[in-house]
Ligand binder design. Structure first.
Ligand SMILES: *[C@@H]1O[C@H](CO)[C@@H](O)[C@H](O)[C@H]1NC(C)=O
Ligand SMILES: *[C@@H]1O[C@H](CO)[C@@H](O)[C@H](O)[C@H]1NC(C)=O
Ligand SMILES: *[C@@H]1O[C@H](CO)[C@@H](O)[C@H](O)[C@H]1NC(C)=O
Ligand SMILES: *[C@@H]1O[C@H](CO)[C@@H](O)[C@H](O)[C@H]1NC(C)=O
Ligand SMILES: *[C@@H]1O[C@H](CO)[C@@H](O)[C@H](O)[C@H]1NC(C)=O
Ligand SMILES: *[C@@H]1O[C@H](CO)[C@@H](O)[C@H](O)[C@H]1NC(C)=O
Ligand SMILES: *[C@@H]1O[C@H](CO)[C@@H](O)[C@H](O)[C@H]1NC(C)=O
Ligand SMILES: *[C@@H]1O[C@H](CO)[C@@H](O)[C@H](O)[C@H]1NC(C)=O
Ligand SMILES: *[C@@H]1O[C@H](CO)[C@@H](O)[C@H](O)[C@H]1NC(C)=O
Ligand SMILES: [Cu+2]
Length: 629
C-alpha cells in the first residue's frame, strides 16, 4: 500500500470517531475545542499505530539468524520506494533496507589479554547484512571513535554510485569523529556472500562483517536448497593495538608485526597456555545440508580452511555462482568469500574446523591455527574432537588445484559474460621495491614499498572521485603506465636499482571499453602471492601461469568460456594472472592488493572510467551528506 494512502486511512479512522464522539457527548459545549483536543490524542495514537505497522521485511528465513547475531543497534526497517531511474529493473518498486552502524570502542579479551577495539555496534565480527538482489541499502554510519572512518561494501558493483563505495580518499573523504554519512546503494545483478569492512588505516582488523545477498524473492539457488545457512567469518587478532602495529612499522621502515592468532567468528579456539578461550561451535543434525558462507576478513593472510572428515561442495565465490565441485580444502585470500555446502554425513561426534595460513614465500607469517567445532547431537560430552591434518603452510600444489577447480557456472540464467575482444590490453607488474626514508635509522634509510608498474601510489588529501566529478586540477594525473616502464626478467631478482617512482596516477578508460590486465608478480626483494581486488567490477580470471607472461603463447590457452568471475583474484607467487572486465561503470575505481600491509606500502592504483551517455551512464551527483576533507 502506498504511504500516503495508509496515512489517510489512519487519519480518517482516528479522526472520524473523535468527531462523532464530540458531536454525541458534547454537542452542547464547545465542539471545535473538543474536536481539537480529541484530534491531538488520536493523532498521537494514529502515528504510533502507523509507525508500528510499517512492514518489517527482513526475509522470513533469515529473521532467526538476524536476531542470532545479537543485533543490538542493528535497526532494519523497510519501506517501498520508486527507484525506476536505475536500470535493470523488472518493476520500479523495490525494498529499501535501512540500518545504522554506530562505530564505537569496545573492550575485548582474546589470548588472555584485553584491549579496546573499534567495532560496529559493539560487535566483533560486526552485524550481518541480509539483503536481496535489487534491494536498495541505506546504512547510516555514525562515528563515535577518535579515528577517521569509512566503510567499503566489498564486491558490490556500485553502478554509478561510487560515492557509496567507501575507500577513503578514493571515492570519499573519511567520516571524521562525531560525524555521520549514509551509504546509499542498490544491489543489482549479484547474489551470494560478500563482506563489508572499514577502508581506512588498519581498522578493517575489527570493523568487518558479512554482507549476504539472497536471490530475488521466488528465485531459487541453482543448487539444492540447504537446510540452514551459516556465516563463518575468518579473521586475525593482534594482542597489541592494531594501529600501533602499523604505525610502529611505518616509522621504522620494517614490516609490521604479524598477528598473534587467527579467529573463526571472532574466536581463536584452543590456544596453548591460555585455557578457557571461547570457541565457535556449529551444531549440525545428521543428514542435513548446511550452506557455509565463508569470509576471509583477515588483514594479511591467505587461509586454508578444512573440516575434519568432511568434504565441501563449492557453489559460489565472491557472489558469483561456480560449477559445483567437491574439495576437502578451501583456499581463501583476504577479501575473498566462498559459499560451500556441507553435508552432515556422520551420525555423531565433534569434528574440528581449522583455519591455517598459506604462504609459499619465505617470509614471516602468523603460523597459528584457529579451530572451531562441528558438533552432532548424539555426541558424548567427554568424546574427543576429531582433528585432521592441515595442509603444509607452503602447499602450492593444493592452492593451485583449488584455483584450477573454480569455473563460472555459465548457465543460461547465469551466463559468464567474458569480453571476447580487448580494447585496452595492459600489463601491470605487482610487487615490492624500496624508497628512501631518511628517518628510518634501523633500515639504513630505506623503506619497503609496494608498486604497480614501478609506481608507488601516493594517497591524495581529497577524494579522487570528487576531484574527477568537480574537475579539480592537481589532485591526480591520468598517465598511469599501461605497461612496465622497463622490460626485464620480472620473476628474477630485478634490475640493479630497486627504487620505485611514486605518484597519484590513474589509468583512464572510456565507458564500456573492454580491458585485459596481465598482473605479473615480480621477484624484486621477494616474489609473493598477491590477492588483487578491483572495486566497481568483477573480473574474469582468463589465464594464470608461472614465470613471465608470454604475449605470443599464453593468450592461446586462455579460458574465455567459463573462467572464474570474482572481485579479488590471486596473482601467484612468481607468476601472473590475466583478468578481463568491461568498464561499464563510470567513476573512479580503486585496484589494490588486499593484503593490508601491501596496500599501506602503496601496491595500489585506480582506474578512471569516463561517463557514457548521460543521464543513464553517468556518475550520479554526490549525496548532500558526503563527508568533507
Ligand atoms: C517512478 O518514477 C518514474 C519517474 O522517475 C515514473 O515514470 C514512474 O511512473 C514511477 N513509478 C511508480 C510505480 O510510481
Ligand atoms: C575498557 O576497560 C578500561 C579499563 O577497565 C576502561 O577504563 C575503559 O573505559 C573500557 N573501555 C570501554 C570502551 O569500555
Ligand atoms: C539514495 O540515492 C538515490 C539516487 O540513487 C536518491 O534518489 C535517494 O533519495 C537517496 N536516498 C537517500 C536516503 O539519500
Ligand atoms: C612488535 O614485536 C616486537 C618484537 O616482538 C615487540 O617488541 C613490539 O612491541 C611489537 N610492537 C607492537 C606495536 O606490538
Ligand atoms: C572427499 O572426497 C574425496 C574425493 O572424492 C574422497 O576420496 C574422500 O573419501 C571424501 N572424504 C570424505 C570424508 O567424504
Ligand atoms: C628469470 O629469473 C628466474 C629466477 O631467478 C630464473 O629461474 C629464470 O631462468 C630467469 N629467466 C630468464 C629468461 O632469464
Ligand atoms: C623504477 O623507476 C626507477 C626510477 O626511474 C628506475 O631507476 C628503476 O630502474 C625502475 N625499476 C623498475 C623495476 O622498473
Ligand atoms: C557495450 O558494448 C557492447 C558490445 O560492444 C554492447 O553490446 C553494449 O550495448 C554496450 N553497452 C552500453 C551500455 O553501451
Ligand atoms: C581525518 O580526516 C581529515 C580529512 O581528510 C584530516 O584532515 C584529518 O587529519 C584526519 N584525522 C586524522 C587523525 O588522521
Ligand atoms: Cu600483496
Amino acid at each position: 500500500m502506498k504511504h500516503w494512502v495508509r496515512v489517510l486511512i489512519i487519519l480518517f479512522a482516528c479522526l472520524f470517531p473523535a468527531f462523532v464522539e464530540c458531536r454525541v457527548r458534547h454537542y452542547k459545549f464547545n465542539i471545535p475545542a473538543c474536536v481539537l483536543a480529541r484530534i491531538e490524542v488520536y493523532l498521537v495514537v494514529g502515528c504510533l499505530v502507523f509507525h508500528c505497522t510499517r512492514s518489517f521485511e527482513v526475509p522470513a528465513e533469515t529473521r532467526s539468524r538476524a536476531s542470532l547475531c545479537g543485533c543490538e543497534g542493528f535497526i532494519p526497517y523497510s519501506v517501498k520506494a520508486n527507484i525506476s531511474h536505475l536500470k535493470d529493473r523488472s518493476n520500479g518498486v523495490v525494498r529499501i533496507l535501512g540500518m545504522k552502524f554506530v562505530v564505537v570502542m569496545k573492550n575485548a579479551s582474546r589470548l588472555c589479554s584485553t584491549k579496546p577495539i573499534v567495532t560496529v555496534n559493539g560487535q566483533f565480527p560486526g552485524p550481518t547484512i541480509y539483503a536481496r538482489e535489487f534491494d536498495t541499502v541505506l546504512v547510516k554510519v555514525v562515528n563515535h571513535v577518535n579515528y577517521n572512518v569509512s566503510i567499503h561494501w566489498h564486491g558490490i558493483k556500485q553502478f554509478r554510485t561510487g560515492w557509496a563505495d567507501g575507500p577513503a580518499y578514493i571515492t570519499q573523504c573519511p567520516i571524521q569523529p562525531g560525524q555521520n554519512y549514509i551509504y546509499n546503494f542498490t544491489i543489482s545483478g549479484q547474489r551470494g556472500t560478500l563482506l563489508w569492512h572499514a577502508h581506512i588505516l588498519w581498522l578493517r582488523a575489527t570493523v568487518h562483517g558479512a554482507l549476504v545477498i539472497l536471490p530475488k524473492l521466488g528465485v531459487p539457488y541453482p543448487f539444492p536448497k540447504p537446510y540452514k545457512e551459516e556465516i563463518i567469518v575468518l579473521g586475525e587478532w593482534w594482542k597489541s593495538d592494531v594501529e600501533a602495529v602499523i604505525d610502529e612499522a611505518q616509522k621504522s621502515g620494517f614490516a609490521p608485526n604479524v598477528s598473534d592468532a587467527h579467529t573463526i567468528n571472532g574466536y581463536t579456539g584452543f590456544v596453548p597456555n591460555c585455557p578457557s578461550q571461547g570457541e565457535f561451535t556449529l551444531n549440525v543434525e545428521s543428514t542435513k545440508t548446511y550452506m557455509l558462507r565463508i569470509i576471509n576478513a583477515g588483514l594479511n593472510e591467505q587461509f586454508f580452511f578444512v573440516i575434519a572428515r568432511h568434504n565441501l561442495t563449492i557453489v559460489e565465490v565472491d557472489a558469483c555462482y561456480v560449477k559445483p565441485f567437491k574439495t576437502d580444502t578451501i583456499l581463501i585470500a583476504p577479501g575473498q568469500t566462498t559459499t560451500a555446502l556441507l553435508t552432515a554425513d556422520h551420525f555423531s561426534g565433534s569434528y574440528a574446523m581449522s583455519v591455517s595460513t598459506f604462504m609459499d614465500t619465505p617470509i614471516t607469517v602468523d603460523a597459528t591455527t584457529a579451530t572451531a567445532t562441528l558438533r552432532y547431537p548424539r555426541t558424548a560430552a567427554n568424546s574427543q574432537t576429531i582433528f585432521t591434518t592441515i595442509p603444509p603452510i607452503n602447499a602450492t600444489p593444493i592452492a593451485n588445484k583449488y584455483r584450477d577447480s573454480l569455473k563460472s557456472l555459465n548457465s543460461g540464467k547465469y551466463p559468464a559474460k567474458v569480453p571476447l575482444t580487448v580494447d585496452h590490453s595492459l600489463v601491470f607488474t605487482v610487487g615490492l621495491g624500496f624508497s628512501l626514508c631518511p628517518t628510518c635509522k634501523a633500515t639504513n634509510g630505506i623503506r619497503l614499498v609496494g608498486t604497480v608498474n614501478n609506481v608507488t601510489f601516493v594517497m591524495p588529501t581529497t577524494s579522487l572521485l570528487q576531484a574527477h566529478y568537480f574537475k579539480e586540477n592537481g589532485v591526480f594525473t591520468d598517465d598511469f603506465p599501461g605497461h612496465p616502464p622497463h622490460v626485464f626478467n620480472y620473476t628474477g631478482p630485478g634490475p640493479r636499482n630497486l627504487q620505485a617512482t611514486s605518484g597519484t596516477r590513474v589509468y583512464r578508460l572510456p565507458f564500456n571499453a573492454t580491458v585485459q590486465v596481465v598482473l605479473q608478480d615480480t621477484g624484486i626483494i621477494l616474489p609473493e602471492d598477491h590477492p588483487i581486488h578491483l572495486h566497481g567490477f568483477n573480473v574474469f580470471g582468463v589465464g594464470r601461469g608461472m614465470g613471465n607472461f608470454n604475449q605470443d603463447k599464453d593468450p592461446k590457452r586462455f579460458n574465455l568460456v567459463d573462467p572464474v568471475e570474482r572481485n579479488t583474484i590471486g596473482v601467484p607467487s612468481g607468476g601472473w594472472v590475466a583478468i578481463r572486465f568491461r568498464a561499464d561503470n563510470p567513476g573512479v575505481w580503486f585496484m589494490h592488493c588486499h593484503l593490508e600491509v601491501h596496500t599501506t606500502w602503496g601496491l595500489k592504483m585506480a582506474f578512471l572510467v569516463d561517463n557514457g551517455k548521460c543521464p543513464n551512464e553517468c556518475v550520479l551527483p554526490p549525496p548532500k551528506d558526503l563527508p568533507r576533507c
